[in-house]
Design a protein around this ligand. Structure first.
Ligand code: ATP
Ligand code: MG
Length: 266
């Protein structure tokens, strides 16, 4: 059994939910991600760290299918999504947030959250035009889902406010909420703490815990704030120069000689 398995932070056998095998991305002649293989267990919070230019964002874009895999493969459970277009990954159960929030600025929080619903629409156009009971049931269930997410992330007081009028920290949380409304099995968070103040980062740590434990959603995040990483993650992967250096518990990674070298050399 590999080291990776032994240091999964749980001490028990878990099913891997996400798997990347030999992921590589090149820009011109430069390999930004080199042959990276790793897996994320069901129920885990898994973080990706590394110095500037290590390839974290590129790896994330590879997983959200903005870049192609160059021969490697991506799996979510049994589903091979190596060639699934980016706009369809929500259908297989993957939702992501962006480092710089991408919301509809002139719509309310509620409206932004309702936008995610088309992914779960199981009815056809004719039944929608006739507004059949199945459509109505689906609508009611989705509204309930949205309200649950609003409660979970403490967004009640903002639900009818327009995005453009909200502080940055709240907007970031609305983006997480929108991703949750897709009901993903895997949530990708791209530097969730960037631009947040210490108090907001503290709140974020609790929100991540709630999303993971109450909703049972597996989380994969790129994050710079080592306090947040240590607190929230079961396991951490360190990258440098596009290559995987180590995977382990936050403590193992923070004390790993090669990880320290990668940061000091930065
Ligand atoms: N679209 C692109 N075209 C060319 N080179 C790119 C492109 N995107 C990234 N790179 C290069 O690939 C390497 C990895 O970049 P990436 O943005 O993935 O790093 P990162 O780990 O996210 O860094 P940071 O912590 O600064 O966000 C860098 O050398 C970068 O200059
Ligand atoms: Mg980056």
């Amino acid at each position: 059994m590999s080291d990776e398995f032994l240091s999964n932070g749980y001490g028990k056998v878990l099913m891997s939910l996400f798997r990347m095998d030999n992921g590589s991305v090149s820009f011109g002649g430069i390999k930004a991600v080199r042959d990276v293989s790793f897996s994320v267990e069901e129920g885990e919070v898994f973080s990706i760290i590394g110095p500037n230019g290590a390839g974290k964002t590129t790896l994330f874009n590879l997983i959200s299918r903005l870049y192609d895999c160059e021969g490697g493969s991506l799996h979510l459970g049994d589903v091979d999504f190596s060639t699934t277009p980016a706009h369809r990954i929500a259908e297989i159960g993957i939702a992501r947030t962006f480092q710089n929030t991408e919301l509809f600025d002139h719509e309310t929080v509620l409206k932004n959250l309702m936008i995610g619903r088309h992914v779960h629409r199981r009815t056809n156009l004719l039944s929608e035009m006739l507004f059949l009971p199945s459509v109505r049931r689906q609508e009611v269930a989705f509204r309930q889902k949205v309200e649950d997410v609003i409660d979970l992330l403490d967004l009640q007081s903002y639900r009818d406010q327009v995005i453009a009028n909200l502080p940055y920290g709240v907007r970031k949380m609305v983006e997480v909420a929108r991703a949750l409304c897709i009901e993903p099995t895997l949530l990708l968070l791209d530097e969730p703490s960037s631009g947040l103040n210490p108090e907001e980062t503290e709140d974020l740590a609790f929100q991540i815990e709630d999303i993971n434990e109450e909703l049972g959603i597996t989380i994969l995040m790129v994050e710079h704030d080592m306090n947040l990483v240590s607190r929230a993650s079961n396991r951490v992967m360190a990258l440098a120069d596009g290559a995987l250096i180590a995977i382990g518990t936050p403590e193992e990674i923070q004390n790993h000689p090669e990880v320290l070298r990668a940061y000091l050399g930065d």
